[in-house]
Design a binder for this molecule. Structure first.
Ligand code: SF4
Length: 366
């Protein structure tokens, strides 16, 4: 979203729709955007700009006390509010380079970190008790121990009711990191860790990082033993690991007692995934056939399972109840044929990018 007429001089603001709250925020030292009908008053700048209906609706959806980071041209870089879609983005960089990653290799290697002072200022501006925050990257632990400072600020500021940290889990092979994590982690915390294969040959081929299977699996074991967080395993289905789905499921049941859930995920065809599409792309209908026995096995073993990023027409209807609306709103695409589908409202759609691979094979449900 871009606020076309934005003319503020700062980058982080608190949002208000109530004169008294706005005055309180200013007194507490926050920069404030006070929305009054179609006018937005900026303090302490003491300037005004106009918003149209679409911009105003966007701001209203964020709610009283939301935190916004805005560029000089009015582009909203990130926002934290009453929506469930709050993402704290730590870095582009990663110590793995997964063959089907939706980010391109140069970004993984040379991308930028959000400066720590900016992250801390965003946390200071965030409202308390938001429904959820996802902490992600790249690999968030690229910033090493600084991530613990961030977790503590979120925890002691009571910023959200639930959290999800997306990490490749390799850092948790280090016992000292596990201990520091246990000391810093907020309540109701979930760590999502990808497992690409049932052995190092498959996993490390996909992560393109020798030794990563051992680190990730040791990391998951250490985290489970620490009992400091819930853990979910994420399996991104691609041509390399699809023949091994049942072996991966058996490995999880055998080695990781106490795992909260397993997510089977369709690929987002961007970045490395596009460059390596010959090696990684598998049609979703074929992918679903291959994951079905693994899903059944995990459920039989009392592990919660969800299917992410699969449109309903690629999944047997008896599994629709475990298909999540997992794609972020601004990335969702539907094919033209979806207009004739009676399940469109229940279907989570396709990733923008992946739609080029799927649109011709959607089957509107009658
Ligand atoms: S036809 Fe379109 S809306 Fe219907 S299930 Fe398939 S992708 Fe979803």
């Amino acid at each position: 979203m871009i606020l076309k007429n934005f003319n503020g001089t700062n980058s982080i603001y608190k949002l208000s729709f109530d004169q008294q709250c706005s005055s309180n925020y200013t007194a507490e030292g926050f920069n404030v955007l006070f929305v009054d009908d179609t006018e937005v008053n900026i303090s302490p700048d003491n300037t005004v700009f106009l918003v149209d209906e679409k911009e105003k609706k966007y701001l209203q959806n964020l709610g009283e006390g939301a935190c916004l980071e805005i560029s000089q041209i009015g582009k909203i870089a990130c926002a934290f509010g009453i929506t469930n879609d709050n993402t704290l983005y730590i870095t582009d960089k990663c110590n793995s380079n997964c063959i089907m990653c939706p980010m391109a290799e140069p970004a993984r290697k040379y991308g930028h970190n959000t400066p720590i002072p900016v992250i801390k200022e965003l946390i200071r501006y965030m409202p308390c008790n938001m429904e959820h925050i996802t902490i992600t990257g790249g690999e968030p632990f690229i910033i090493k121990e600084h991530l613990f400072e961030i977790l503590k600020e979120l925890k002691f500021g009571r910023k959200a009711n639930t959290y999800l940290l997306l990490s490749n889990g390799r850092i948790f092979a280090n016992h000292e990191y596990c201990k520091l994590f246990a000391e810093s982690v907020p309540e109701d915390f979930l760590v999502g860790i990808p497992l690409h294969g049932p052995n190092e040959t498959i996993h490390d081929t996909i992560s393109q990082s020798p030794g990563s299977f051992l680190q990730t699996t040791n990391g998951i074991t250490n985290l489970l033993n620490s009992k400091s967080t819930s853990i979910e395993i994420r399996i991104v289905i691609n041509k390399i690991n699809v023949p091994y789905m049942i072996e991966i499921a058996k490995y999880i049941v055998d080695k990781f007692k106490g795992i909260e859930s397993v997510k089977f995920m369709g690929m987002e065809m961007l970045g490395n995934a596009i460059v390596n599409s010959e090696k990684v792309w598998i049609p979703y209908s074929e992918a679903f056939t291959k994951i079905k026995p693994a899903i059944d096995f995990l459920i039989e073993n009392l592990i919660d399972v969800e299917i992410y990023n699969f449109p309903l027409c690629f999944v047997d209807s008896t599994y629709w109840h475990i298909c999540a609306h997992s794609i972020t709103a601004h990335k969702i695409k539907y094919a033209d044929a979806c207009l004739q589908c009676k399940e469109k409202k229940s279907c989570g759609g396709m990733f923008t990018g992946t739609d080029k691979y799927l649109s011709d094979s959607v089957k509107p449900i009658k």
